[in-house]
Structures are given as structure tokens and as C-alpha cells.
Design a protein. Structure first.
Length: 227
């Protein structure tokens, strides 16, 4: 009788140990799966945030001159804000975030395209780039990211820009200097204002002058022609 009771106690203890072990195993398995899921979510968020950051910088909607990407992230430039910059900046020009003569043109955006063309010979139209930004989502409901495989021309531009973004500030400075020199030589043209108030045709002419020192810049004639 005593032996049977002892065996029963042992069986109960073993059963408890098995249950506890199984419970601990299940707990750690669930915790490990949760940890992996959190890592996947974090990596996915990082990937999306990085895509928004890269496309915003490439199209000159936000500058990271003198600061690296990690510093921007630390300072709060995260996915929500980068998405907001992308959507609001382009879709609500009536907010008056910039001052330019042609309300259909974002000159900062346009300059990045001219920089690309000057350095590579590849022409990406302003209309095509703007069309990319016209929707936040793809037809299948997924986020419209420049590198999702659906926008090869945009992806080629953004990837190239990030390899050459350090030179973009120099390009803009040269463009401004050309305009300054033109105003000095043509005093009546000063009323055109800053580079951001020039028409697309004038910006094209400036970009051509930046690429070709022999090109004769004539913004006055363009203005007289209605450009």
C-alpha cells in the first residue's frame, strides 16, 4: 500500500514537472516568436521610413545637408512625418509653403531633375515624377514606395541621387551664381527675383548654362516671349 502511495506521489510530481516544463517551453516559444515578430515589424518600419526619407531628399523636399540619416531618425524624422512631407508638400500647394511665379511648378523639385539630367543625360519629366507622388497607395492597396518594383525610372533617379547628393548643393549654388551674374549684367532682369520664382524654361536655360560654359544665357528674351 505504502509503495503504491509513493509511486502515486512520484507520478504526480513527474506530471507536475512535465506540465511546468511544457508550460515554460510554450511560454518561451511564444516569447521568442513575439520577439521575432517585433523585429520583423521594426525592420519593415525601418525599410518604409528609409524609402520615404530617400525619395523626399532626392526630390529636394527635405534637406539632410551636413547630417546623416541616423541623426535625422534620432531627431524624430520618422515614417509618419516623412509620409506627411511627401503628401502635403506636393498635394496642397495652396498652403503657400514656397513662393514662386508658376503655381503648377515646385522649383526645388524641378532643380533636382535638372541636376540629374545634367550629370547623367537621362531625362525624367517633371510630370512623370509628379504623377508618382499623386497617390499614396498602389492599386493593390500597398504603400507606394519608390523601390517596390513598380516605378523603375523613379527608383533609378533616387538611387543615383543618393550616390551623388553631396554634389547637389554645389549644383544649386552654381545655378544661383549664374543668376546673380546675369542680374549684374542685366539690371532690368533683377525684378525676376530669386531662382525659385523663375519659370521652367528659365530654369532649363540656367541648367544648360551650368552644363555648358559656352552657352549664352538670355532670360530676358524668354520673359519677353511669355516664359
Amino acid at each position: 500500500m505504502k509503495k503504491w502511495i509513493n509511486r502515486k506521489k512520484v507520478a504526480i510530481i513527474v506530471g507536475i514537472i512535465v506540465l511546468l516544463s511544457g508550460g515554460l517551453f510554450t511560454y518561451y516559444a511564444i516569447e521568442e516568436r513575439g520577439r521575432r515578430d517585433r523585429e520583423v515589424i521594426a525592420l519593415e518600419g525601418e525599410r518604409i521610413a528609409n524609402a520615404y526619407l530617400r525619395v523626399n531628399v532626392a526630390f529636394n523636399m527635405v534637406s539632410i545637408s551636413g547630417r546623416d540619416r541616423e541623426l535625422l531618425i534620432e531627431q524624430g524624422i520618422v515614417i509618419g512625418l516623412m509620409r506627411d512631407i511627401w503628401m502635403v508638400y506636393l498635394n496642397f500647394p495652396e498652403l503657400g509653403w514656397w513662393d514662386f511665379a508658376d503655381s503648377s511648378l515646385n522649383p526645388a523639385f524641378y532643380l533636382s531633375l535638372r541636376f540629374y539630367e545634367n550629370r547623367t543625360g537621362v531625362y525624367l519629366s517633371y510630370e512623370k515624377a509628379m504623377d508618382y507622388f499623386s497617390q499614396e497607395f498602389e492599386p493593390d492597396g500597398s504603400l507606394r514606395l519608390y523601390n517596390n518594383g513598380n516605378h523603375p525610372e523613379i527608383e533609378a533617379f533616387v538611387d543615383w541621387f543618393w550616390e551623388n547628393k553631396a554634389e547637389f548643393d554645389e549644383f544649386q549654388n552654381r545655378m544661383r551664381q549664374l543668376l546673380f551674374d546675369y542680374f549684374n549684367a542685366n539690371e532690368s532682369a533683377r525684378e525676376m527675383g530669386t531662382i525659385f520664382r523663375l519659370s521652367p524654361q528659365m530654369l532649363d536655360a540656367l541648367a544648360r548654362a551650368e552644363a555648358d560654359p559656352g552657352y549664352v544665357l538670355d532670360l530676358t528674351s524668354l520673359r519677353e516671349q511669355g516664359y
